[in-house]
Ligand binder design. Structure first.
Ligand SMILES: *[C@@H]1O[C@H](CO)[C@@H](O)[C@H](O)[C@H]1NC(C)=O
Ligand SMILES: *[C@@H]1O[C@H](CO)[C@@H](O)[C@H](O)[C@H]1NC(C)=O
Ligand SMILES: *[C@@H]1O[C@H](CO)[C@@H](O)[C@H](O)[C@H]1NC(C)=O
Length: 247
């Protein structure tokens, strides 16, 4: 009378497996908001403009902040709205180092987005547990890293000649003592090579530099954080010079 038992057991273990998988994926957005590293994402404004096919006028000719992102959590507190007032003192630095490259007339949308999506999660760490501390702390990390002057010192400048991605990664690892992540726009039709877009350096919850990859994890895969960006392929890449402004 019960030949169905093994079958339903099979079904329920399958369901269990699927539910577990679904749960793991879902936890990114809801439920537990645990994360273990902070990613300082720098982007290259010329590439940001190219990515959205927007002819931004006079994008900065230095790497700016895209965001400071916890690795495995987003939108951790919907009842903590962005408040520009709180970061009033930081505005000169924010406009300089964390501009909305695409909408330079009003940076607030971008900052609001970064706060709601990433800042509310980063705020689990005491050192970043207010808007002033999150944005101020991010600016401090950015200035401490001094990526622009490091690249200059390494002789890595925007150029019509291509760079090898491994040379850039090795040079940065040599300077910072940790493995960075470099992201590119894949070549579009008619282009020979990928275009460098973002450089990530990672921090522990104690705000100390750490590898962006886990031990044993290859440099590949993982949150690209932009519509077209991917972890760069080994091989040549274009680091595009700022466009000439029309006279
Ligand atoms: C969300 O943010 C509000 C405002 O800062 C705070 O009162 C509340 O405790 C936070 N909720 C969680 C779950 O952290
Ligand atoms: C800029 O955007 C913010 C956030 O959406 C808005 O509150 C503010 O009024 C805008 N400022 C200007 C000058 O348009
Ligand atoms: C960082 O990566 C390097 C190279 O793979 C490795 O030798 C080092 O042990 C890593 N550091 C940590 C703390 O995992």
């Amino acid at each position: 009378m019960r030949p169905a038992a093994p079958h339903s057991l099979l079904l329920s273990s399958l369901c269990l497996a699927l539910c577990c998988l679904g749960g793991a994926r879902g936890s990114r957005r809801s439920g537990n908001h645990e994360w273990k590293k902070l990613i300082m994402v720098h982007h290259w404004p010329v590439t940001v403009c190219k990515e959205v096919e927007n002819d931004c006028r006079d994008p900065p000719d230095y790497w700016t902040i895209h965001g400071l992102w916890p690795d495995k959590a987003e939108e951790c507190n919907g009842s903590w709205p962005f408040n520009l007032e709180e970061i009033k003192d930081l505005l000169p630095k924010m406009k300089m180092y964390w501009p909305d490259v695409i909408h330079p007339l009003n940076h607030s949308h971008f900052w609001k987005h970064e706060w709601e999506k990433h800042g509310t999660c980063a705020a689990q760490v005491d050192a970043l547990n207010s808007q002033k501390k999150y944005f101020g702390g991010s600016l401090d990390l950015y200035q401490g890293l001094a990526l622009n002057s490091m690249l200059q010192k390494l002789g890595i400048k925007p150029s019509i000649n291509y760079y090898q991605i491994s040379d850039i990664k090795d040079a940065l690892a040599g300077i910072y003592g940790v493995i960075p992540k470099v992201q590119c726009l894949p070549p579009k039709q008619g282009e020979e090579v990928q275009t460098i877009g973002q450089i990530e350096l990672c921090f522990t919850k104690e705000l100390r530099l750490r590898n962006c990859t886990e031990p044993g994890e290859p440099g590949g895969a993982g949150g690209a954080g932009g519509p077209g960006l991917e972890v760069c392929e080994d091989g040549p890449a274009f680091y595009p010079p700022p466009q000439q402004t029309a006279p």
